[in-house]
Write a protein that binds this ligand. Structure first.
Ligand code: GH3
Ligand code: MG
Ligand code: MG
Ligand code: MG
Length: 294
C-alpha cells in the first residue's frame, strides 16, 4: 500500500483527510511541520498533503525545504489550503507543488486528484528503476553504476574507509558464442552475474553490468587483502558452475578479474583509480586468464 503523509496543524482537518483516503492508502498524520520534514527524510512516502497556514513554519517554507533536499525532493506535494487566491496558488505551484486544492474541499475531488498523483509517481518510479537496471541480468546497469560510483567514492572520502574496485570479464567469450550461440551466451552472462551477486555482501558491495560480458564491483571498507580474497571466491564459484567451455583456459567457463584498493582523499580522481583496475584486468588476461590480479 502506498504511503501518504498529511501535514496539517488542525487535528480535525487532518482526521477528515485521513478518513477520505485511508481505505486505499497507508496514512501518517503530522501536526508539526518540522516533524513532517524529518518523517519525509526517513520514510518512504509517495505523496504529501500539505497545509499552508501553520504556526512555526508555513507550508510554503516547508515545501521549499522539501524541494531543496535530495532525500525528499522526489516526493510529490499537494497543497491543501484555505488561501484560495491566485497569488498564493501561483506561489505554491511555482515552488514545486504538483497540485493545489482549496479548502473546504470536496472529498471525491481530493480522492481523484490523489489517485492521479499516486499513479504518476508509481509510473515515474517504474521508469526510473528500468532506466537503471540491466534487462538481461536484473542487476544495476552502466547508468546506475555511474551514479553509484560517484556516491560511493564521495562516501569513502568522507568516512575515510578503503574503497575497492574490480573489473571482471568472461574468458574467451567470443568463442563461447561462436560455439554455442548467442542465446546460450546470454544465459552464461546471467549465471555469472547471479553467482557474483550471491558471493557479494548486500550492504557494502555493489555489482553492475559494465557492458557486454564485463562487470564491475565496488567494495567499501575492506582491506586490499580482503577485497582480493572476496573476488577470488567469486572467481572460484564461477568456475565451479561447471559450464562447459572447452575452447577456454580450463574446461569450464571462467572469469578474469582485476582490482585495486585505495584510501581515497579529497581531490583524488575516480577515473585514475578505475584505470588501475582496468590495467589489472588486462594483466589477468595476459598472465593466462581465470585469475584475479590486484
Ligand atoms: P577475453 O578472454 O580476452 O576476454 O576474450 P573474449 O572473447 O571474451 O573477448 P572480449 O571480452 O573482447 O569479447 C567480448 C565478447 O562478448 C564479444 C561478444 O561476442 C560477446 N558479448 C558481448 N555482449 C554480449 C551479450 O550481451 N550477449 C552475448 N551472448 N555475448 C555478448
Ligand atoms: Mg492550518
Ligand atoms: Mg571476455
Ligand atoms: Mg570483454
Amino acid at each position: 500500500m502506498e504511503k501518504i503523509m498529511i501535514i496539517d496543524d488542525s487535528p480535525v482537518q487532518a482526521a477528515h483527510l485521513k478518513n477520505i483516503l485511508e481505505s486505499d492508502y497507508q496514512i501518517t498524520t503530522v501536526q508539526e511541520p518540522q516533524m513532517g520534514l524529518s518523517y519525509a527524510r526517513e520514510q518512504d512516502f509517495s505523496l504529501i498533503l500539505l497545509d499552508v497556514v501553520m504556526p512555526g513554519m508555513d507550508g510554503f517554507v516547508l515545501l521549499k525545504k522539501l524541494q531543496e533536499e535530495v532525500a525528499t525532493r522526489h516526493i510529490p506535494v499537494i497543497l491543501i489550503t484555505a488561501l484560495s487566491d491566485i497569488e498564493n496558488e501561483q506561489r505554491g505551484l511555482t515552488l514545486g507543488a504538483v497540485d493545489y486544492i482549496y479548502k473546504p474541499f470536496h472529498p471525491m475531488i481530493v480522492k481523484a486528484r490523489v489517485n492521479t498523483h499516486i499513479k504518476l509517481y508509481q509510473y515515474r518510479k517504474q521508469v526510473e528503476y528500468q532506466s537503471m537496471t540491466d534487462q538481461l541480468t536484473g542487476i544495476a546497469n552502466r547508468r546506475r553504476y555511474e551514479r553509484v560510483s560517484e556516491q560511493k567514492w564521495q562516501e569513502a572520502i568522507r568516512l575515510r574507509v578503503p574503497f575497492s574496485i574490480c573489473m571482471m570479464d568472461i574468458d574467451h567469450f567470443k568463442k563461447y558464442n561462436d560455439t554455442f550461440g548467442h542465446p546460450a551466451g546470454d544465459t552464461v552472462i546471467t549465471a555469472v552475474s547471479a553467482t557474483a551477486g550471491r558471493y557479494l555482501r548486500r550492504n557494502t558491495d555493489f555489482l553492475a553490468r559494465y557492458g557486454g560480458e564485463e562487470f564491475v564491483v565496488f567494495m567499501m571498507g575492506d582491506s586490499s587483502r580482503q577485497a582480493f580474497e572476496q573476488m577470488c571466491r567469486v572467481r572460484r564459484a564461477v568456475e565451479e558452475l561447471h559450464i562447459p567451455h572447452s575452447g577456454s583456459v580450463s574446461e569450464w567457463v571462467t572469469i578474469s578479474a582485476g582490482g585495486t584498493t585505495v584510501l581515497p582523499k579529497r581531490g583524488d580522481s575516480f577515473d585514475t583509480f578505475l584505470k588501475i583496475a582496468d590495467t589489472m584486468l588486462y594483466d589477468a588476461k595476459r598472465f593466462g586468464r581465470n585469475r584475479v590480479v590486484w
